[in-house]
Design a protein around this ligand. Structure first.
Ligand SMILES: Nc1ncnc2c1ncn2[C@@H]1O[C@H](COP(=O)(O)OP(=O)(O)OP(=O)(O)O)[C@@H](O)[C@H]1O
Ligand SMILES: [Mg+2]
Length: 253
């Protein structure tokens, strides 16, 4: 009931489809991401989750269907421009510069999207970018390791760093592809808290295999299998859905 008309959509897909040759990796997927909401996309390996994120981020072109951000069709907009429009994305595999300090990683991410930044000026002296980077690091709880070389951080800290790099672009929407990968239970707890906090300012589309984590943080869920949407709804509805139980959830239902 609460889904109908009351919530406001920030990002939506309609009939989104992506073929790779004969394989339909994403088939006729329609979903809505609402402001202030964490929407989890779950499904078995090869279900098309990362392909969906690639389509939303603009790394992949749709074969058919629409992607609407804030009411505007962005299906033909290139990835770098989508970053400016407010789509932030983290990767299934960590995507940091391991030999650079944590702060420098975030500062470079901020620089990459800074409009009107003077690229000829020595970047490190650009206090605004450094401040943006410091704020993003603080947001994910990494201020204490700002000077550490990123490759020496724990797996969990590296994933948090990647989220900070995404935040430096001031996204409206965060696309997180398996942010829990490689994290221990304690780091997972911290990430749960962080996402619950972040979602108040940024709508989040989360891809994740860890069902305890997903059910702890999701407001709504889409279940995918073989490229198609199997079910959509609130976590309780998904848990109770027989088809989903059979196809995917097993012991978590
Ligand atoms: N660039 C590509 N070229 C050809 N096939 C691809 C490409 N990218 C993905 N696929 C195929 O599309 C299907 C969906 O892949 P995708 O990576 O989106 O799944 P996923 O749900 O993210 O899986 P996982 O949970 O393992 O990350 C798979 O069969 C995959 O092999
Ligand atoms: Mg994937």
């Amino acid at each position: 009931m609460a889904d109908a008309g009351t919530a406001s959509a920030i990002l939506a897909t309609e009939g989104l489809t992506r073929r790779f040759g004969g394989l339909v990796a994403v088939r006729d997927v329609s979903l809505t991401l609402n402001r202030g909401e964490l929407h989890a996309v779950i499904g078995p390996n090869g279900a098309g989750k990362t392909t969906l994120v690639g389509l939303l981020a603009g790394e992949l072109r749709p074969s058919a269907g629409r992607i609407v951000l804030d009411g505007a069709d962005i299906g033909g907009v290139p990835a770098w421009k989508r970053t400016h429009l407010g789509i932030g994305r983290s990767f299934q595999r960590t995507n940091i510069f391991p030999t650079l300090p944590a702060l420098e990683n975030v500062r470079l991410a901020a620089q990459a999207v800074a409009r009107g930044a003077n690229l000829l000026r020595p970047a490190a002296s650009d206090t605004k970018l450094v401040e943006t980077a410091q704020a993003a690091l603080a947001r994910v709880g990494l201020s204490g390791v700002a000077a550490r070389v990123a490759g020496t951080l724990s797996n969990g800290e590296q994933r948090q760093l990647e989220i900070a790099m995404t935040l430096a672009a001031h996204p409206k929407v965060l696309l997180l592809d398996e942010p829990l990968a490689g994290m221990g239970p304690e780091e997972g707890q911290r990430l749960t808290g962080l996402l619950k906090d972040l979602v108040r300012e940024h709508a989040i589309l989360l891809i994740e295999h860890d069902m305890d984590f997903v059910f702890a943080v999701a407001d709504r869920m889409t279940v995918m299998a073989e490229g198609t949407v199997l079910a959509q709804g609130r976590p309780d509805d998904i848990r109770a859905n027989r088809e989903v139980q059979d196809a995917y959830l097993g012991g978590h239902a």
